[in-house]
Design a protein around this ligand. Structure first.
Ligand code: IPE
Ligand code: IPE
Ligand code: MG
Length: 259
């Protein structure tokens, strides 16, 4: 009689099992993602960097769908930093072209799904036509509330803080604010999108462990999650894993744990 063989390794958890571990009462209200590694993905498969950017769009669709599904209400995606403008012109132009293509294809679909599309950053440096499309998309979707999709384009966290300081200065000059009455809470109101909560969870792909000038003020107490996957290969399973892992974290905000 043959002995029953016991398999001695942990079977990979199925996506359904992982999904079932999500605590619906503890969904991050806001997830930020630094979508990094497109260029390296292109290179890895023998393509140009820009092919990696194109491939990364599928992952964007996946995280938007999954966020809607799980009930994440705010999703901030870092698409183009103010520093990225110093990349070779060919790459920058391809990225701008890709933004336009995606806006043309996706905005009506986002609108139908009740997604509000907002932009952080200065899109006025983009060709006028594309800048106008970003504005139209925001206008069209402004009353939606299934999910707020915040796309950071030509965005710099430091610049956002400097811009807020400028707005504070104007408010003081107008007599609307006394500088000695300015608090952290009030300062938030001068940021690009004070209506959205600070990120609970920040994910960065591609094995880099840095913030790269993303949401600096807002991420003071955000939980960080890093993935070695390059952005085009970041999977739904990993996204869910990040959420489940976030749910195990004890956020103390500088205080002591609940005894
Ligand atoms: C992130 O991927 C997308 C943008 C910055 C526009 P990268 O283009 O930075 O890809 P890597 O990090 O060079 O692989
Ligand atoms: C951060 O990635 C910006 C985006 C993902 C849009 P980068 O590739 O520009 O950041 P560094 O240069 O690795 O810090
Ligand atoms: Mg990069």
């Amino acid at each position: 009689m043959s002995k029953t063989k016991t398999i001695d390794f942990k079977m990979p958890e199925s996506e359904a099992e992982l999904y079932s571990r999500i605590d619906g009462n503890h969904i991050p209200r806001h997830v930020g993602i630094i979508m990094d590694g497109n260029g390296r993905w292109g290179k890895k498969y023998g393509f140009a960097r820009v092919i990696g950017h194109r491939e990364g769009v599928e992952t964007v669709r996946m995280v938007v769908e999954t966020s809607l599904d799980i009930g994440v209400k705010h999703l901030s995606l870092f698409a183009f930093s103010s520093e990225n403008i110093f990349r070779p012109l060919m790459e920058v132009n391809s990225l701008f072209g890709l933004f336009e293509e995606i806006l043309d294809i996706e905005v009506n679909k986002l609108h139908k799904r009740g997604i509000r599309f907002i932009v952080s950053g200065d899109t006025s440096i983009l060709p006028e036509r594309i800048h106008a499309k970003f504005n139209e998309a925001q206008k069209l979707t402004r009353d939606n509330d299934n999910l707020v999709l915040n796309i950071a384009v030509n965005y710099s966290g430091r610049q956002e803080i400097v811009d807020a300081v400028r707005e504070v200065h104007k408010a003081v000059l107008r007599g609307d604010l006394k500088i000695e009455e300015l608090t952290e809470e009030f300062f938030k109101d001068f940021l690009y999108h004070p209506e959205i909560p600070y990120p609970d969870l920040l994910i960065r792909t591609s094995g880099e462990y840095r913030i790269s000038n993303f949401l600096l003020w807002q991420c003071a107490y955000t939980e960080l999650w890093f993935s070695d996957s390059l952005w085009p290969e970041f999977s739904q399973e990993e996204y869910i894993r990040a959420i489940v892992d976030y749910q195990t974290r004890e956020r103390r905000f500088g205080k002591v744990e609940n005894l």
